[in-house]
Design a protein around this ligand. Structure first.
Ligand code: SF4
Ligand code: SF4
Length: 435
């Protein structure tokens, strides 16, 4: 079966995949960070005291690589100030007190048959759509490749390889038509004949659903079953598995004629184009040590504490418990539950005290496991050792910038060495031109 070299097999823990998505109540207060996408932060166009409606534009993109923001609730702008973000830093944010009425602006529906590709891209840009798989890269940029980059394939990424997370799986089952409709729009924009939906073999029900849904589109669309392995959903590994193409170091998927989009991004594209709906909500997974785990449709700006309350609270609330934004392999541990859901937020995993033990690293035993599992073909042990010994000059020759921080090396390391942290430090020092 199609796959890539390296990778690991952590326990899946995807029991929420069988639980239907629920829509949670509106947040009382929505906190919308102006920086929640790759690129320059948006610029607020509202002021304190303004009344806003759900779906109203509240902050504009400030450049090509930037994105619009829309109000997730109707109510009053109560503050514009610096607030904590899931990445751990503070960013300027618009705070809206909900009036609980959820009055929306009028959404302008479109007939895509009558739209030119550039008009579709403009709608996607205006709707503030960014990649919903985590990186939050503005979608209109991905759909506007330079003329010299000829794109021949689009891959929808339905792998969702992080343990615990199942929100994309639920969207594939519950919103199949919208996902396929979004993919058709992407293919129209890029004038591409080959569409692929790549799904791990652990999601047979989703594979079957797409086979039925896309039957009349079959000559252009292929459902590709991939081996269940982490990180099967990483862009470069996905392209290798589906198209057998290597994205060279420092290059992008478009350099090998390919664009990859996430499942929920395709759905958001469909809703923006057909229904005129901007991006102000998404589906996330809440799993682990909460009383009622599941998949929830939440408004952007909802705090983690409101979500955890909706899920019945923690099973136990002991010191050492971890609340992780994202999956356990690549997610970020949170220290403040006031942080809001942002567009790239795919889930909340709570690891109970006994599951989140901290191990002191010991000496490297040179077993080579970290090298065997690295999907990027790096030598994590060397990068880490050189950083620890402050031999910065030598570290660059081991290409730490190619590391995607998937965590496979650290997961497999018997000595529990902080490989990813050390590699991240190497990347930061290089990016800041300090080495
Ligand atoms: S070095 Fe980077 S890319 Fe390789 S396994 Fe470790 S975290 Fe993943
Ligand atoms: S897996 Fe850990 S112990 Fe083994 S070579 Fe890599 S760093 Fe050393």
């Amino acid at each position: 079966m199609n796959s890539f070299v390296g990778g690991v097999h952590p326990p899946q823990s995807k029991y929420t995949s069988q639980i239907e998505t629920e829509e949670i109540p509106l947040p009382k207060k929505a906190v919308i960070p102006l920086a929640q996408h790759t690129g320059s932060p948006s610029k607020s166009i509202v002021k304190i005291g303004d009344l806003v409606k759900t779906g109203q534009l509240i902050a504009e993109a400030t450049g090509f690589i930037s994105a619009n923001l829309h109000s997730p609730v109707s109510g009053k702008v109560s503050d514009i100030s610096s607030r904590i973000h899931p990445c751990g830093y503070n960013f300027d944010s618009i705070i809206i007190d909900s009036d609980d009425k959820d009055e929306t602006v009028e959404f302008k529906k479109n007939n895509p048959e009558k739209l030119f590709p550039n008009e579709i891209v403009e709608i996607i840009k205006n709707a503030g759509i960014v990649g919903l798989g985590g990186a939050a890269f503005p979608t209109h940029v991905k759909l506007s490749p330079p003329k010299e980059k000829k794109i021949d394939s689009v891959i929808l990424n339905g792998c969702e390889c992080e343990p615990y997370l199942t929100c994309d799986h639920r969207v594939m089952l519950e919103e199949t038509e919208k996902v396929v409709g979004g993919l058709k729009l992407i293919m129209k924009v890029l004038d591409v004949k080959n569409g692929f939906i790549a799904i791990e073999d652990s999601k047979e029900d989703a594979i079957e659903r797409f086979r039925v849904q896309s039957s009349e589109f079959r000559e252009k669309l292929k459902i590709v079953k991939l081996k269940t392995k982490y990180p099967q959903g990483a862009e470069k590994q996905l392209i290798k598995a589906v198209l057998k193409r290597e994205v060279p170091s420092g290059k992008l998927p478009m350099d090998v004629g390919c664009v990859v989009q996430n499942i929920q991004t395709a759905k958001a594209i469909y809703e923006a184009v057909y229904e005129g709906k901007p991006l102000y909500e998404r589906v996330i997974t809440v799993a682990g040590s909460v009383k009622r785990p599941g998949n929830l449709k939440v408004r952007i700006g909802t705090s983690l504490s409101e979500i955890i309350d909706y899920c019945g609270g923690f099973v136990e609330d002991l010191p050492g418990q971890k609340v992780i934004a994202g999956g356990p392999m690549m997610g970020i541990t949170q220290f403040n539950l006031d942080v809001p859901v942002v567009k790239g937020f795919s889930g909340l995993v709570i690891l109970a005290q006994k599951e989140s033990k901290f191990y002191e690293p010991s000496n490297c035993i040179r077993c080579g496991k970290c090298i065997d599992v690295c999907p990027m073909g790096l030598v994590p042990t060397m990068i880490s050792r050189l950083i620890e010994k402050e031999r910065y000059e030598e570290v660059k020759s081991y290409s730490p910038l190619d590391c995607m921080e998937c965590g496979c090396c650290a997961y497999e390391c018997p000595a529990k060495i902080h490989l990813v942290q050390n590699i991240k430090l190497a990347k930061t020092l290089i990016q800041q031109k300090k080495i």
